[in-house]
Design a protein around this ligand. Structure first.
Ligand SMILES: [Zn+2]
Length: 601
C-alpha cells in the first residue's frame, strides 16, 4: 500500500469519525442502532452548549412542557448545569441555559433546587398477577422508573393460557403509566410443552420450547429468562439451546441462578455481619465458595451462545462473603473473555420468598442452611398467617425464635408440598428474610456492570383484595439515591444516576432512553437530592409506602406523578424489541471510566 493511499484512507476515516460525532445519539430513527456511543453524545453536548447562546433569539419555538431552573444531569454526556428543558410531542427538543418560551397550552415545571435526570431504567422486574401489571407499573413510576423489563426469573407474563403476541397486544390496550417490555420465561415454556415440576427436558421438548420462544421474540420479547432456582428440573442443555434461539433473533438472556452461594471460610470462622471484619477480608483472598456452579452455569450459557446476559439480583444469591467471588468472577469473564455479561441488584436487605424453595425443596436441613448463610432465626418472619391443623401457629410478621421452630415449619411445608403432588410447585408459605448483607450491596453497586432491578410486582390477595407486594416495588431507585449514595456514601450521586440511566440504556440498545439530550424520548425524573428516600418496609401497613423526594416523573413528555400525586396521565407504551440487544458491557465500562476516571475497576 502506497503512502498516498494510506493517507487518503486516513482522511476518509477522519471524515467518517467526524460525521459519526456530529450525528446525535437520539437523532437516529432506528432504535436498533446498537449503542449510541459516548463520542456521539459528547459531540452533541458540545453542539447544544454552543447553540445555547442562540437560545434567547429562538422566541418562536413552541413546547408542550418546559422544565426550568433545575440542575440538569445527563450521565451519558457528563452534562451537569442549571438549564431549561423544552419538550414537544414526547421528545426533548431543547436543552439550554436561560429561559425558553412557554405559551398557549405549554406547561411550566419549576425545578428549582431539584435534579432533572433521565428517567430510571429497571432491568429486572415482574408484572405481578395477570393484568395487574398496570398496577405494578404504577408502583414503579412513583420510584422514578420510566422503563421496566418484566418477565424475569423464568416466568413469562402471559403464562400458559395466552401467547406472547396476544399478551403484548392486550397490554397495549391498557393505560400504562410507564414504558414496558418483557422477557419469555424458561419455566413458562416448560409448562407450555407439558413438562412437570423438577423434570428434565427431552431433546424434542427443547425444540418445541425454542419454537415458541422464536414466536415470542418475533413479537417483541426482549429474550429468555431462567428460573432454575424455582424449578430445578431445567437443564443446562435447555438453557444453552434457548439462549442460542434468543441470540439468533437478537434477544438477550437473564437468570435467577440455580443455587445460592456461600463462602466456606465464613461458615468455619463466622463473621458477625454486616461489617467489614478480619475474617471478611480474609475470605476475599481465599474464597472457598460452595455452589460455584450457580454462577459458572450462567457464564457458560452466556459464552456458549455469545448472548447478552444479566445475572439477576446477585446480592440475594451470594451469601456469607461469597459476593466478592461472584463479582470478580463475572468481572474477569467480561475483561478477559469479552463476554456480554452484566448483573443487577435490588438494594434491599429484606426479601420475601418461598421458605421451602430456600431449603432447596427440603434437601438442605434448616439448621445447616442457617449456618451456611451465617444467619439467625430472628432474621426471618412470617409474611402471612400460618395455620397448623386449622389452628393459627404463627401470625403474619411474627418472627421465628429458634432453629427448631424453623425446622418444624420446613417439615410442615415439605409435607404440604408432598400433599399437593409431585408435579406441583405450590404448597409452601412465604416468609420475610432479612438476610442480604448490606456490605454485599455496597460492594456490588460500585461495579459499573451492575444495574438496578427492583424485582418487584404488585399482587392482590384473592380473598381480601389487600395489596400483596414487596417494599422494593416502590423504592429501589429512591433507596439507591437516598440510602446507598447520599446517606452511606457507597457511590456518588452521579455514579448512581449512571447506573440508573445510561448504563442499562446502552446495554439494552435503548438509544432514545436513559439520556437527557435533544432528540431523546422525554422520559424524565425530577427529584430532590436532599430528601429522596425509600419508606416502604417489610412491616404491617408499610409495604406500599411510596418514596419521598421524587417530585415529578415525566413519561413520553407527559407528567405522570407530580409531588407524589398521580395526574391521571397514562402515556406509557409497550416497547416491542425490533433491534439486536447489544449487551455492550465493555462500552458501558469504558464510558464509566471516562466519567469517573479515578475509580478502580
Ligand atoms: Zn428472581
Amino acid at each position: 500500500m502506497s503512502y498516498r493511499s494510506r493517507k487518503s484512507e486516513l482522511i476518509i476515516a477522519v471524515l467518517l469519525a467526524l460525521a459519526a460525532m456530529i450525528l446525535p445519539a437520539c437523532s437516529s430513527s432506528d432504535n436498533g442502532a446498537a449503542g449510541g456511543g459516548s463520542s456521539n453524545s459528547e459531540a452533541m453536548y458540545a453542539l447544544s452548549t454552543e447553540k445555547s447562546s442562540l437560545a434567547s433569539v429562538e422566541s418562536l419555538a413552541e413546547y408542550d412542557l418546559v422544565i426550568q431552573n433545575g440542575r440538569v444531569i445527563d450521565p451519558a454526556t457528563g452534562r451537569d448545569q442549571t438549564a431549561t428543558v423544552g419538550i414537544k410531542d414526547g421528545v426533548i427538543t431543547k436543552i439550554a441555559p436561560g429561559a425558553l418560551p412557554c405559551e398557549g397550552d405549554c406547561q411550566v415545571v419549576d425545578a428549582s433546587g431539584l435534579i432533572v435526570s433521565p428517567g430510571f431504567i429497571n432491568t429486572h422486574t415482574h408484572e405481578g398477577g395477570g393484568m395487574q401489571f398496570v398496577e405494578s407499573g404504577q408502583a414503579y413510576v412513583q420510584d422514578g422508573i420510566t422503563f421496566w423489563l418484566g418477565g424475569n426469573c423464568g416466568y413469562s407474563p402471559n403464562g400458559t393460557s395466552m401467547s406472547m403476541p396476544a399478551w403484548l397486544d392486550e397490554a397495549e390496550l391498557q393505560g400504562l403509566y410507564n414504558n414496558y417490555a418483557t422477557l419469555s420465561g424458561h419455566n413458562t415454556l416448560r409448562r407450555n410443552v407439558g413438562i412437570g415440576f423438577n423434570k428434565p427436558e427431552s431433546p424434542e421438548q427443547i425444540t418445541q420450547m425454542a419454537a415458541i420462544l422464536e414466536g415470542d421474540l418475533a413479537a417483541g420479547s426482549f429474550g429468555v429468562s431462567y428460573g432454575t432456582f424455582y424449578d430445578p428440573g431445567g437443564t443446562k442443555e435447555a438453557m444453552i439451546a434457548l439462549a442460542k434461539a434468543s441470540k439468533a433473533e437478537g434477544g438477550m438472556a437473564a437468570s435467577h441462578t440455580r443455587e445460592i452461594t456461600f463462602d466456606l471460610l465464613n461458615i468455619l470462622f463466622p463473621y458477625d455481619g454486616p461489617a467489614f471484619t478480619p475474617s471478611f477480608y480474609l475470605s476475599q483472598k481465599i474464597n472457598l465458595v460452595i455452589f460455584k456452579d450457580s454462577i459458572t452455569e450462567a457464564i457458560d450459557t452466556c459464552k456458549e451462545a455469545d448472548i447478552p446476559y444479566i445475572i439477576s439480583h446477585l446480592t440475594d444469591m451470594a451469601y456469607n462473603g461469597s459476593i466478592t467471588w461472584a463479582l470478580d468472577t463475572i468481572q474477569q469473564a467480561i475483561r478477559w473473555q469479552g463476554l456480554p455479561l452484566a448483573s443487577d441488584v435490588i438494594g434491599y436487605d429484606t426479601f420475601k420468598n418461598d421458605f421451602y424453595a430456600l431449603t432447596r425443596y427440603g434437601m438442605i436441613p434448616v439448621g445447616t442452611l442457617f449456618k451456611m448463610a451465617g444467619v439467625k432465626p430472628e432474621q426471618f418472619w412470617m409474611a402471612e398467617d400460618v395455620f397448623v391443623d386449622d389452628e393459627l401457629y404463627m401470625a403474619a410478621y411474627e418472627r421465628m425464635t429458634s432453629v427448631s421452630q424453623a425446622e418444624y415449619l420446613a417439615a410442615m411445608f415439605k409435607a404440604g408440598r408432598a400433599h399437593a403432588g409431585p408435579d406441583s410447585d405450590s404448597g409452601s408459605v412465604a416468609i420475610w428474610c432479612n438476610i442480604v448483607d448490606p456490605v454485599s450491596t455496597m460492594l456490588a453497586i460500585k461495579r459499573p456492570f451492575v444495574f438496578m432491578g427492583n424485582d418487584g410486582g404488585v399482587g392482590r390477595n384473592s380473598h381480601t383484595g389487600a395489596v400483596d407486594v414487596q417494599p422494593r416495588s416502590y423504592s429501589c431507585f429512591s433507596r439507591l439515591l437516598g440510602h446507598w449514595s447520599r446517606d452511606l456514601g457507597a457511590i456518588s450521586l452521579k455514579q448512581a444516576l449512571f447506573k440508573a440511566t445510561i448504563a442499562p440504556a446502552l446495554w439494552l440498545g435503548l438509544d432514545k432512553k436513559g439520556r437527557l439530550q435533544e432528540g431523546c424520548d422525554a422520559d424524565i425524573t425530577i427529584f430532590n437530592p436532599d430528601t429522596i428516600i425509600d419508606r416502604a418496609k417489610a412491616e404491617a401497613g408499610q409495604l406500599d409506602l411510596p418514596p419521598l423526594g421524587i417530585e415529578y416523573v415525566i413519561v413520553n413528555g407527559q407528567i405522570v406523578v407530580e409531588h407524589g400525586t398521580f395526574t391521571g396521565n397514562t402515556p406509557g407504551k409497550v416497547v416491542r424489541r425490533t433491534w439486536q440487544i447489544p449487551g455492550n458491557t465493555r462500552q458501558v465500562i469504558a464510558l464509566y471510566h471516562k466519567r469517573f476516571p479515578l475509580l478502580p475497576f
